[in-house]
Design a protein around this ligand. Structure first.
Ligand code: CP3
Length: 320
C-alpha cells in the first residue's frame, strides 16, 4: 500500500520540486527519493516503489493526467482504440521507472525488501474506460457486458504488458511484486472470474516463467468469499487482505499461505484505542503465522505522523 504521499511534509516538498505527479514518477532521482523517505523516517521492513498503476496506460499511448483534488484523469478508451494501443515504445517510456528501482535497491540495506508493483488489468481498465475514478465502476462493468470481446482483448493486452513490466522491475532490483486489483469487489462471480482471476493468472504465469521464485502478492480488494479461490487459481504467493475480511476467514487463508493486511486506514487516522484495538485483533488472529502487517488499503493524507510512529512501536514491541 502507499507509504509515500501527502501525509509526509518531505513528500510534499519533493512533489513541488517535481512539478506534476507524473514528472515525479518519471524522474528516477526524485521517484527514488520519495520511495526512500518513509524508510528513512520510519524504518519499515519493506519499501514500495514510488510510481502509479496508471503509468501503464500512459506508456501504451493513452492520455493520463493527475489533477490536484480530482485524482487521475484519462481520455476514455473506445472499442476501436484497443487495437491501436501501442507497445512500440512501452519500455522506453517506462525506463525511468526501472532506473528508479535500480537506484532504490542500491540505497536500501539488504534487510529491507523492495516491492515493485503494477495495477491488475481490471483495475487499470476501469480508469481507462471511465476516464476517472467512479464509486462502483459502472462504466467499465457496462462496457464489459456490451463489448465482451473488446473487454477480453483489453484485459489480455494489459496482462501481457503488465507481466513484462513486472519482469523488468525484478531485473532492476525488486525483491517481490504486488498486483493491485483495487476494484475487484464490484464484480459479480462470473465477471470476477473473467476480469480478475484470468488476467492475473496470466500475469503470474508469465512472471514465473522468468522468475519462478519471486514472491507475488495479489490484492483483490473487496473479493470477500472469493479470496481463497483467487489464490488457488491465480497462483499468487501471498494475499493482500482488505480490512473487511473477517479475522476467522483471514486465519483460514493464512493456513494456506502468507497474508498481508489488514488494518483499517481510519484506525491509523484515529490513533489511540482504535489503533491499539485494531493491532491487537490482527496480531491476535494472525500474529503466529506468515503475516506482512500492513494497512488494508492506502494511507490517507490526514494520517498523523505520530500515529504511524505509535503503530510501529506497537508492532516492534509485539515482535520482541
Ligand atoms: O507509497 C508509495 O510510494 C507507493 C506508490 C503508489 C501510488 N499509487 C502513488 C500515488 C502506489 C502503489 C499506487 C497504486 C495505485 N494508484 C492504485 C492501487 C492501490 C490503491 O490505492 O487502490 C490505484 C487505484 C491508483 C490510482 C490513483 N493514483 C488514484 C485513484 C489516485 C488519487 C487518489 C488520491 O489520494 O488523490 C492516485 C494518486 C496517487 N498515487 C497519490 C500517490 C502518493 C496521491 C497524489 C499525491 O499525493 O500527490
Amino acid at each position: 500500500m502507499r507509504q509515500a504521499g501527502r501525509y509526509l511534509p518531505e513528500y510534499k516538498e519533493t512533489r513541488r520540486k517535481a512539478g506534476s505527479f507524473l514528472d515525479l514518477c518519471y524522474t528516477p532521482e526524485l521517484a527514488a527519493e520519495v520511495t526512500l523517505q518513509p524508510i528513512r523516517r520510519f524504518g519499515f521492513d519493506a519499501a514500495i516503489l514510488f510510481s502509479d498503476i496508471l503509468v501503464v496506460p500512459h506508456a501504451l499511448g493513452r492520455e493520463v493526467r493527475f489533477e490536484e483534488g480530482r485524482g487521475p484523469l484519462l481520455e476514455p478508451i473506445a472499442v476501436g482504440d484497443i487495437e491501436r494501443l501501442s507497445i512500440a515504445s512501452f519500455h522506453d517510456h517506462l525506463q525511468p521507472v526501472y532506473e528508479a528501482v535500480g537506484r532504490v535497491r542500491e540505497s536500501l540495506s539488504h534487510e529491507t525488501t523492495l516491492l515493485g508493483f503494477c495495477g491488475a488489468p481490471w483495475t487499470v481498465a476501469t480508469y481507462m474506460i471511465a476516464g476517472h475514478g467512479t464509486p462502483d465502476q459502472g462504466p467499465a462493468r457496462l462496457f464489459g457486458y456490451r463489448h465482451a470481446d473488446a473487454m477480453d482483448r483489453l484485459l489480455g493486452k494489459l496482462a501481457e504488458v503488465s507481466a513484462e513490466y513486472l519482469v523488468r522491475q525484478i531485473e532492476a532490483g525488486a525483491d517481490a511484486v504486488q498486483i493491485f486489483d483495487s476494484w475487484a469487489g464490484v464484480l459479480d462471480e462470473e465477471c470476477f472470474e473473467r476480469y480478475c482471476v484470468r488476467p492475473v493468472a496470466e500475469i503470474v504465469a508469465r512472471v514465473r516463467r522468468r522468475f519462478p521464485d519471486v514472491p507475488i502478492i495479489g490484492f483483490p480488494r473487496g473479493a470477500a468469499g472469493a479470496y481463497r479461490s483467487y489464490r488457488e487459481k491465480t497462483g499468487v504467493t501471498a494475499l493482500g487482505l482488505d480490512w473487511t475480511v473477517p479475522m476467522s476467514m483471514a486465519a483460514e487463508l493464512q493456513g494456506e499461505g502468507p497474508v498481508q493486511g489488514n488494518l483499517d486506514p481510519m484506525r491509523l487516522v484515529a490513533g489511540g484505542d482504535a489503533l491499539i484495538e485494531g493491532v491487537d485483533i490482527i496480531l491476535g488472529g494472525l500474529g503466529a503465522g506468515p503475516l506482512i502487517f500492513n494497512l488494508g488499503h492506502g494511507i490517507t493524507p490526514e494520517t498523523p505522523i505520530a500515529y504511524v510512529e505509535a503503530l510501529i512501536e506497537l508492532l516492534r514491541e509485539a515482535k520482541a
